[in-house]
Design a protein around this ligand. Structure first.
Ligand SMILES: Nc1ncnc2c1ncn2[C@@H]1O[C@H](COP(=O)(O)OP(=O)(O)OP(=O)(O)O)[C@@H](O)[C@H]1O
Length: 255
């Protein structure tokens, strides 16, 4: 399972909410060479584990994370790790699009400004155009950059959120069911976008849809009751799983 190109290395990660254990000794490498999908029945811990990678569980008072997580060899829980910086390097896209109640331009420009990535307005303009172009949204919004981000359609808002994550030059993008609130056409656009972004960024996607996991990912991790039961190439997980629990899930016996 060790991957020499790994951006993130997680080893023996456990997560507890108070006394309740939600993740039980999970180890995985996350590489930019492929899109990784986390699948499994509701409540198995997919989102909890995903949130470990940029310390989003820190925002939940009862949550406690143990084990080792490294980003490019640096312990993300180490004293030298700046959490704001970490969350720029490991960006996140949520289930429900959550643009800031600001203009389309400001939604993208805000991160680069606070991270000091642009000195002049002209530099910011370049970042805004590049990020929106990469997120497949530029042509749709280039004439209305001053309109509010919240005035866009749901699918456009989600691509705006992806552009916002891209704008601060992340190494990893975490996506927690990014298309579950979208219609099939908007979903297809997000899936195309994931395909285009893969290779440039290490992408991890939590999804309830096995069809979506099969379409967008090259590696799949199947979770059950807080454990990572099986991990491997997506095609093998879906056609020739080793574990009985994986077989039961993908054949629809539970979940
Ligand atoms: N903030 C929280 N406080 C307490 N328990 C939580 C919290 N968030 C999640 N849990 C519990 O941790 C376990 C894993 O939840 P998690 O949301 O990570 O699962 P999931 O696989 O992503 O589920 P779903 O597919 O339904 O989103 C569940 O038992 C859930 O009830």
């Amino acid at each position: 399972m060790a991957d020499e190109n790994a951006k993130i290395r997680a080893r023996d990660v456990c997560v507890y909410y108070g006394d309740k254990q939600a993740i039980d000794h999970v180890s995985i490498d996350i590489s930019p060479d492929y899109v990784t999908a986390f699948i499994g029945p509701s409540g198995c811990g997919k989102s909890t584990f995903l949130r470990c990678f940029n310390r989003m569980n820190d925002t939940i008072p009862s949550a406690r994370v143990t084990g080792l997580i490294e980003l490019e060899g640096d312990d993300i829980h180490g004293d030298r790790m700046d959490v704001v910086q970490l969350r720029a390097r490991v960006g996140m896209v949520f289930q429900k699009p959550n643009p800031f109640p600001k203009s389309i331009y400001e939604n993208i420009a805000y991160g680069p400004k606070i991270h000091g990535l642009a000195e002049k307005k002209a530099d910011l303009d370049v970042i805004v155009e590049r990020s929106l172009t990469r997120a497949g949204l530029w042509d749709e919004v280039k004439d209305r950059l001053e309109d509010s981000g919240t005035a866009l359609s749901g699918g456009q808002q989600q691509r705006l959120c992806i552009a916002r994550a891209i704008a601060v030059d992340p190494e990893v993008i975490l996506m927690d069911e990014p298309a579950s609130a979208l219609d099939p056409i908007a979903t297809a656009k997000i899936e195309e976008l994931i395909d285009e972004l893969s290779g440039r960024y290490a992408i991890v996607i939590v999804t309830h849809s096995m069809q979506q996991a099969a379409r967008v990912s090259q590696r799949t991790a199947f979770f059950h009751l807080g454990k990572m039961v099986e991990y491997g190439p997506t095609s093998e997980i879906f056609t020739n799983p080793i574990e009985e629990r994986t077989k039961d899930y993908i054949t629809g016996r539970y979940g």
